[in-house]
Structures are given as structure tokens and as C-alpha cells.
Design a binder for this molecule. Structure first.
Ligand SMILES: *[C@@H]1O[C@H](CO)[C@@H](O)[C@H](O)[C@H]1NC(C)=O
Ligand SMILES: *[C@@H]1O[C@H](CO)[C@@H](O)[C@H](O)[C@H]1NC(C)=O
Ligand SMILES: *[C@@H]1O[C@H](CO)[C@@H](O)[C@H](O)[C@H]1NC(C)=O
Length: 385
């Protein structure tokens, strides 16, 4: 009887160790299993790793132990994806596509507690290749939709995450130069109470972005996707406004308005996108790809990427980056850009880790192996049990 039980214990012990090894190999090497999705284009010089809407939540004194455990696990799950992809891919840029934290309505102490977790547990700057920084993009959960933006919300955002609108130039030689434009799209439409933020964003587009005489491609990074009809992406057109008593300011939007989208495309890319370029957005957690192409003096939009559209001009490819949250699969987005003669091309792939439970399972298995399976197997093989 005891002999049979010992045999069974050995089998179970070894199975637990094998499962632990498999789970940990997956955890640290999952990009190798998806070579097409989790590697850059071979000759790319732009290697931008984009994370969609992490939207980290918070807890307070009244939260249950379960809620706190979930948050702890989620932080480490997101941090694991970030760390693994940074290590495997060595990007030239990292961007988080807005909705960095969840909820524009939280008080300052909760906001800064989340900022701490963002920096220390998830998007740890010390893991980046040297010369690389994390580009943070404003989301509605960070500073609010236009009608909710206040100087206080903006000030704490800037303090924690940097500027709302900025432009950066890269590339050593003239012909290799490209620029990254970060745009606070939440305030472009309004109406809003603190109109100066809307004016600032438009001023930035009109005077900094449109007038710098730049002839290389642009990578536009912004949270709210451009206007598109129902059915192209998961989110359709949608706008709501606060009531009369609040001055009918903008309460929520899925896309920028048609007029704003036309203007942004003209100012950032120029009619017809003569220098090439690409747009990355967030907001729609499902993710999506569309192409804006120039036709009879206006921009029109079609589904999918430029290769699939009929346009004479290449058009501007807009990639709405699928969220990195567990329920959407723990994604990292890889934007590769490369130049050939005077033409630039960009391609995008999604590298998927899987749901949070995979992370939890590997940690629980490791705990069981170290705490139970290894000691029991040792005793069995030493003949002490
Ligand atoms: C983005 O936010 C993180 C976290 O606070 C910070 O470490 C990083 O420097 C910010 N990036 C920029 C460009 O300001
Ligand atoms: C391209 O144009 C042809 C002819 O007008 C049309 O049948 C086809 O559906 C178009 N394809 C796309 C992807 O728009
Ligand atoms: C860029 O992409 C287009 C469309 O997919 C393709 O026809 C062209 O050959 C590509 N150019 C380079 C340099 O790879």
C-alpha cells in the first residue's frame, strides 16, 4: 500500500515539476513561439513598441483582500509583458497609448499611488535600452474628456508623465530623419470649460507641426482615433455632452469629429501624405486598422491597411493598438519602419501573451514546486519517506 502511494507521489511530483518548467518557459520565451508577430522587420530602423490602454486601477482602505491581490497580480502581469518584450526586442521607442491609469475622477493621493506602480512595477525605465524613453500619451482616464479637463488634472499629469503635446526628431543623416508627434487629442473638439488647452493643442499643430519644413515621415501618437463610419472598427461614431447647467461641454467621444480629423491629417501629414507616415491610437480596446487616403481634396477612410485600399496615394495607415489588459490578451504592438530609396514603409504586428491566468498559474506552480514537490520528492528519493 505505502509502496504504491510512494510511486504515485513520485509521478505527481514529477508532473508538477514538468508543468512548472513548461509554464516558466512560456512565461519568459513566449515571443519565440510567435516569430511572425513578435519580431521586427529585418531592415527596420524604427522599432517602436506600443502598449494600448493599460488603465491601471487602484484600491483604498475599504478594498477587499481579493481586490488588492488582483491589482498586485495585474501589475506584475503587465510588468512581465513589458520586461519580456523590452528584453527580447530592444525597441528604439516605447509608447503607452493613453489611459495609463483608470479614472480621471480619482483624488491626488490615489493618482500618485498609481503613478508609483506605473513606474516601479510596470513600465520600469531602468529596463530600457539606453537613449530610449517611455512616451506617455494623454487618455480620457488620465486628464478627462474635453469637458472634464481642469488645470489641476493637467498639472498632475504633466508632473507624472510629461508634456501633453510634443515633437521629436530622430535619424542621424538627413535622408534617415523621421519625427514623432505626440498629440493631446482629447481637447481638439470641445466644447470645454478650460479652452486654453484646446487652443494650445491647435497652436502646436498649426505652428510647430505644420511649419517645421520637415520632409521625412511622421509617426503620430494620440489617444482618440480619427473619424470613421460605423462598422470599420469596434467603436462606432459616438459623442455625448453634459447638460445645460454645465455648459454643454463634451462628455465622451469615440472618435475625433470629421472636421477635426481632416484638419489633423492636413496639418500633420500634408494633403496626400507625400512624405509617408503612420498613426497609432488607443481608446478602442479591441484594436483596429484603417487607412485615410486623399481623394478629390478630402480625406476618405477605408478598412484595413494601405495595401488593401484602392487609393492612388499610399494614404495614412491608422493603427488602433489593441489594449494590453489581460482580457484583451496582454498585447504589445510592434511598429517597424524602414526606408528604401526615398520611400518609407511601416508595418505593425501584435505580439500576444495571453490572459492573466497564465501568469498566475506559473507563479502558483512555482510556489507548489518549491514549497511541496521538491521537498517531498527529495524525501522520497532519499528513502526518508
Ligand atoms: C513617462 O512617465 C514615466 C512614469 O512617470 C516617466 O518615468 C517617464 O520619464 C515619462 N516619459 C516622458 C517622456 O516624460
Ligand atoms: C477597388 O475598386 C474596385 C473597382 O472599383 C472595387 O470593386 C473593389 O471593391 C475596391 N477594393 C477595395 C479594397 O476598396
Ligand atoms: C512598401 O509597401 C508597399 C505596399 O505594401 C510595397 O509595394 C513596397 O514595395 C514597399 N516598399 C519597400 C521599400 O519595402
Amino acid at each position: 500500500m505505502w509502496t504504491a502511494l510512494r510511486g504515485l507521489l513520485k509521478v505527481v511530483g514529477w508532473l508538477v515539476l514538468a508543468a512548472t518548467l513548461t509554464a516558466n518557459l512560456y512565461l519568459y520565451y513566449y515571443p519565440l513561439l510567435q516569430p511572425a508577430a513578435c519580431t521586427w522587420r529585418a531592415d527596420s530602423t524604427v522599432r517602436l513598441l506600443a502598449f494600448g490602454d493599460p488603465q491601471i486601477r487602484g484600491s483604498d482602505a475599504s478594498s477587499s483582500y481579493r481586490t488588492k491581490l488582483d491589482l498586485y497580480g495585474n501589475d506584475h502581469y503587465l510588468g512581465h509583458i513589458y520586461k519580456t518584450l523590452i528584453g527580447a526586442l530592444q525597441p528604439t521607442h516605447v509608447a503607452v497609448m493613453g489611459d495609463l491609469v483608470s479614472s480621471q475622477w480619482i483624488p491626488d493621493d490615489n493618482f500618485y499611488e498609481r503613478v508609483q506602480r506605473y513606474q516601479k512595477r510596470i513600465f520600469r525605465p531602468e529596463l530600457l535600452p539606453s537613449g530610449t524613453d517611455i512616451i506617455n500619451i494623454t487618455g480620457n482616464h488620465d486628464i478627462g474628456y474635453a469637458g472634464e479637463v481642469t488645470p489641476e488634472r493637467v498639472a498632475r499629469y504633466e508632473h507624472a508623465f510629461g508634456q501633453l503635446n510634443f515633437i521629436q526628431y530622430y535619424g542621424a543623416e538627413e535622408k534617415d530623419k523621421y519625427r514623432i508627434v505626440v498629440l493631446n487629442s482629447l481637447v481638439l473638439d470641445g466644447p470645454m470649460g478650460h479652452d486654453r488647452f484646446r487652443q494650445e493643442a491647435w497652436h502646436f499643430l498649426e505652428t510647430v507641426v505644420a511649419r517645421d519644413q520637415f520632409t521625412g515621415p511622421t509617426i503620430l501618437l494620440t489617444h482618440v482615433p480619427l473619424a470613421k463610419p460605423e462598422g470599420l472598427c469596434s467603436d462606432g461614431p459616438y459623442f455625448t455632452y453634459y447638460g445645460e447647467e454645465y455648459g454643454r461641454v463634451l462628455r465622451e467621444q469615440n472618435h475625433l469629429t470629421e472636421q477635426t480629423s481632416q484638419r489633423v491629417l492636413d496639418l500633420v501629414f500634408g494633403p496626400g501624405n507625400p512624405h509617408g507616415g503612420v498613426i497609432l491610437t488607443g481608446h478602442d480596446h479591441e484594436g483596429c486598422e484603417s487607412t485615410y487616403y486623399y481623394k478629390e481634396g478630402r480625406w476618405a477612410v477605408s478598412a484595413g491597411n494601405p495595401a488593401a485600399s484602392n487609393a492612388t496615394y499610399p494614404g495614412v495607415h491608422e493603427i488602433t493598438v489593441r489594449s494590453m489588459m489581460g482580457e484583451f490578451g496582454g498585447n504589445g504592438g510592434l511598429l517597424s519602419g524602414w526606408r528604401y530609396d526615398n520611400e518609407w514603409n511601416f508595418t505593425f504586428t501584435l505580439c500576444r501573451f495571453g490572459v492573466q491566468h497564465i501568469w498566475w498559474a506559473s507563479k502558483v506552480l512555482t510556489g507548489v514546486s518549491v514549497g511541496v514537490a521538491v521537498p517531498v520528492l527529495s524525501l522520497l528519493y532519499l528513502g526518508l519517506l
